[in-house]
Design a protein around this ligand. Structure first.
Ligand code: TXA
Ligand code: MG
Length: 326
């Protein structure tokens, strides 16, 4: 295992590994990805093996230009409109696939998930590898997503030969996934671009952010989880909880912190955004959860956040983390 700062040499070294069927961890604006050549089934199989990811859970394919998009998917007008508005960026589009894509990438589905990441190193890497990259988040299946190269190193370092370090991810939650393969656009996973922003272009979307499987196999109810149990509780509920002194606490803003102060004797406290900004909170979410998971606390209490803008993605991740321990 080795972590490499990004420069043209390390990008090209990573691209050579990808071209010869290896896997590389790389930064995107959302979370770190674990990438392989999307057209090389054996390389893609390594991703599933390293993550211990079930084979029924399809991958997102990352592209650097429109030609690659056309090669992978049947690009509709709605897809073009959304791509023009939000790519490169934290938006994944699900469309009918084109022939020639390994079944493993799409888990045997007739659709494919594609996104153009907004990170210069990710785009340079795809260009240098001269192939789209199938890449899930670079974490063991079900665990907290990685937003720094250190998270990747700690969780999967022994199994990955090459980690590109591009610093902390600026968006911090995964991409928003929109299914455009049916008549009406459907929100499958809230993420780095708010549903409100997307609906300005698509009009009202259907929402299927459910835990049940078929169309979004990866939208499992239990996901994004720390090792410690996590509960979503109001500050009042935290204060009267018998485990308070053993808890690590995740607060939205410092607005909630003063109340949480003296009477609350928790083991660790993380504030996601001093000024209560949802974008900043999303960017800090996984790092704060990683720290709480490593702290001396036995349990994590998370304060509910407002569910508008990026708050929808944050609450989606917290609910799935909490569901693991129900
Ligand atoms: O921000 C992101 O999207 C990050 C970075 C690395 O790009 N990637 C990411 O990948 O979050 P992953 O594998 O952790 O999540 C991909 C999700 C899964 O829930 C999967 O089920 C869904 O995308 N997905 C992939 N292909 C699909 C398809 N054809 N139909 C429906 N859902 C699909
Ligand atoms: Mg993931």
């Amino acid at each position: 295992m080795s972590v490499h700062f990004i420069n043209s040499e390390t990008i090209h070294a990573a691209a050579r590994i990808l071209r010869s069927g290896g896997v590389v961890a790389f930064p995107t604006e959302t979370v770190y990805g674990l990438g392989a050549d999307a057209f090389n089934a054996l390389a893609v199989a390594k991703i599933f093996e390293i993550k211990k990811r079930p084979y029924f859970d399809p991958l997102i394919v990352h592209i650097s230009d429109d030609d690659q998009f056309e090669k992978l998917a049947q690009v509709t007008q709605a897809a073009k409109d959304l791509a023009r508005a939000f790519w490169p960026g934290p938006l994944t589009l699900v469309l009918k696939k084109k022939p020639g894509i390994p079944d493993l990438v799409v888990a045997g589905l007739e659709t494919i998930a594609v996104r153009m990441p907004d990170h210069p190193a990710a785009l340079d890497l795809i260009r240098a590898a001269k192939t789209p990259l199938a890449a899930p988040s670079a974490n063991p299946f079900g665990y907290l997503s990685p937003t720094t190269s250190k998270h990747v190193e700690e969780q999967l370092g022994e199994q990955i030969d090459f980690i590109l370090d591009g610093g902390p991810c600026l968006t911090g939650v995964e991409s928003t996934i929109i299914d455009l393969s049916c008549e009406r656009p459907k929100l499958l996973r809230p993420g780095g671009i708010s549903a409100e922003e997307i609906e300005k272009i698509t009009g009202p979307m259907e929402r299927q952010i459910s835990a049940s499987m078929p169309t979004a196999p990866g939208q499992l109810k239990q996901h994004y989880s720390p090792r410690k149990p996590l509960r979503i509780l109001s500050i009042e509920e935290m204060k009267s909880h018998s485990k308070l002194s053993k808890a690590g606490i995740l607060l939205f803003s410092s607005g909630s912190a003063p109340e949480a102060q003296p009477p609350i004797q928790a083991t660790a406290v993380e504030v996601l955004s001093e000024k209560g900004d949802l974008k900043e909170a999303a960017a800090n979410l996984f790092s704060a959860l990683h720290r709480l998971d490593k702290s001396k606390s036995e349990i994590i209490f998370a304060e509910p956040m407002p569910e508008n803008g990026l708050g929808l993605a944050i609450m989606d991740r917290l609910r799935r983390a909490a569901a693991t321990f129900e």
